[in-house]
Design a binder for this molecule. Structure first.
Ligand SMILES: [Zn+2]
Length: 400
C-alpha cells in the first residue's frame, strides 16, 4: 500500500477544507516509548506530520523518521520544589500554597528556570519547535483560592513596575472573594442577579475597577513572559507553539491571543469537549463548574441558575442544554460549540497563524468535532494524548 493510498479519503477531504494554502497537519501529543520507531512510521502512514514530546531523550529515536518533533516546556512548574515557600502563589487572604503544581508567574526564580529550560530544549538537534504549556495564572479549576491569586511580593512589585494600583486590585478581588464565600447571599440570590446580563456586569465592574485591572495586569505579565520565551526559540531558528486556554476562558488566566499573535506561530487551544477525569485543567466544563461546585451549589435550587450564568459567559447557553453540573461534566459541550471557539481564535490571531486545537483522542464525537473544526478555520489538529489504541480512534475520524 502506498503512502497516499493509506491516507483515508476523508482525511484528504478534511484537509482540502483548510483555509491555508499549505497542507494542514495532524499531531499527536506523546508517543509509544517502547516501540517508538514503528509507531512513528504508522503515524506517518496515517497522515500524521508531528509529535509533541515532553521528554527530549526520545528525539534521537524519532528524528530519522523525518516527522516534525516539537518539545513541550511546562511553565512555572514547581513540582520539584513544592515545599519552597518563596515560589508559591499567595491567595487574596494571604495564604501561600501550590495549586496544580504551579508557582507565581512573577517569581524571578521560576521565570529564569523557564528560560533556562527553553534554551536547553531549543538546543536539541532535529526539532521543529517548542510548545509552551501552562504559561498562565492559576485557573478557576483550582478552586476559588487558587484562582484569586497572586498577591505575593513579586506580583506587588511587578504591578508597581507596570503602573497598576495593586491596592485597588487587592481590594476588589477581596470583595468578590467575600461575596462568593457568602453562601447565604448566593443562596438568597442577591449576589446572583448582577451576573445575569451584560448591563449588570458592566455596572458591577464600574464599581469595582480593580477587577478589570487585575485581569489586565495578569495579561501583561503573561504576555511579557511568553514573549521572552518566544524570543529564545526564534533566536534558535525554531517555531513557537502554545497550549492555550480556549478563547472564552483565556482572559481569566492572563492569556491573550491578540498579544501573542505577534510572536506565537502555532496556537493550540485546549478544546476538550469533555474530559472524564479531574482536575480537567483547560477543559471548559471543568473550568466553569469547579468554583460553583466548591461553593456548594450542586443539588440546590440555584444550581440551574448558576450553570446558566456560567454558560452564558462562555456563549454556550444556546448549544448546551444541560443545566446541572454533573450533566455538563458528563456530556460536555457539543462539537458545534467547540468549533465556534476555533472561529473566535481565528478572529483574534488573524489568517497567518496556525491553529491546531488540542482534542481529546478518546472523545466519542471526535470525528464530527474534527470535521467541524477543519471547516471552521482550523488548519491542524493535535490529538491528546497518545494511546496504544490510537488507530481505532483515528479510524473513526476517517469514517466521518
Ligand atoms: Zn505572585
Amino acid at each position: 500500500m502506498t503512502k497516499s493510498k493509506s491516507l483515508p479519503q476523508s482525511f484528504r477531504q478534511l484537509r482540502e477544507k483548510s483555509p491555508k494554502s499549505h497542507a494542514p497537519c495532524f499531531w499527536i501529543h506523546g508517543i509509544d516509548e517502547k516501540n517508538t520507531s514503528e509507531t512513528v512510521e504508522k503515524l506517518k502512514n496515517k497522515g500524521f506530520s508531528g509529535v509533541v514530546l515532553s521528554d527530549p531523550r526520545l528525539v534521537e529515536k524519532i528524528r530519522p523518521s523525518g516527522i516534525e518533533i516539537w518539545l513541550l516546556s511546562s511553565c512555572f512548574r514547581v513540582n520539584d520544589i513544592a515545599d519552597e515557600q518563596s515560589t508559591m502563589c499567595m491567595d487574596v487572604t494571604g495564604r501561600k500554597q501550590v495549586w496544580l503544581g504551579g508557582g507565581c508567574p512573577n517569581n524571578p526564580i521560576l521565570a529564569e528556570r523557564n528560560r533556562d529550560e527553553v534554551r536547553k530544549l531549543a538546543g536539541v538537534p532535529g526539532i521543529k519547535g517548542i510548545i509552551l504549556d501552562r504559561c498562565r495564572f492559576i485557573p478557576p479549576v483550582a478552586g476559588l483560592n487558587g484562582f484569586l491569586t497572586c498577591f505575593d511580593e513579586h506580583c506587588e512589585n511587578k504591578a508597581k513596575e507596570l503602573g497598576y494600583d495593586f491596592n485597588q486590585i487587592r481590594k476588589d478581588v477581596r470583595f468578590i472573594y467575600q461575596l462568593l464565600k457568602s453562601k447565604k447571599q448566593i443562596r438568597e440570590r442577591r449576589g446572583l442577579m448582577w451576573f445575569k446580563g451584560p448591563a449588570g456586569i458592566v455596572e458591577w465592574l464600574m464599581d469595582h475597577p480593580g477587577l478589570l485591572e487585575w485581569l489586565r495586569f495578569r495579561r501583561d505579565c503573561i504576555t511579557e513572559h511568553v514573549r521572552s520565551l518566544a524570543d529564545i526559540v526564534h533566536h534558535a531558528g525554531l517555531r513557537v507553539g502554545v497550549y492555550a486556554y480556549t478563547p472564552s476562558l483565556a482572559p481569566l488566566v492572563g492569556q491573550s491571543y491578540v498579544d501573542w499573535s505577534d510572536f506565537v506561530d502555532v496556537f493550540c487551544p485546549i478544546l476538550f469537549r469533555k474530559l472524564p477525569y479531574r482536575p480537567g485543567e483547560g477543559c471548559l466544563t471543568w473550568e466553569i463548574t469547579a468554583i460553583p461546585d466548591e461553593l456548594g451549589v450542586i443539588g440546590t435550587s440555584i444550581e440551574s441558575i448558576v450553570t446558566s450564568i456560567m454558560l452564558s459567559w462562555t456563549r454556550m447557553t444556546g448549544p448546551v442544554t444541560d443545566r446541572t453540573i454533573s450533566a455538563l461534566r458528563a456530556n460536555g459541550i457539543p462539537p458545534e460549540a467547540a468549533a465556534r471557539e476555533v472561529i473566535l481564535a481565528r478572529s483574534l490571531v488573524g489568517k497567518n497563524r496556525d491553529i491546531f486545537p488540542v482534542l481529546y483522542l478518546e472523545d466519542p464525537l471526535l470525528p464530527e468535532t474534527v470535521r467541524l473544526m477543519f471547516s471552521n478555520t482550523a488548519n491542524g489538529m493535535n490529538f491528546y494524548s497518545y494511546k496504544d489504541n490510537w488507530e481505532k480512534h483515528m479510524e473513526q475520524v476517517a469514517q466521518e
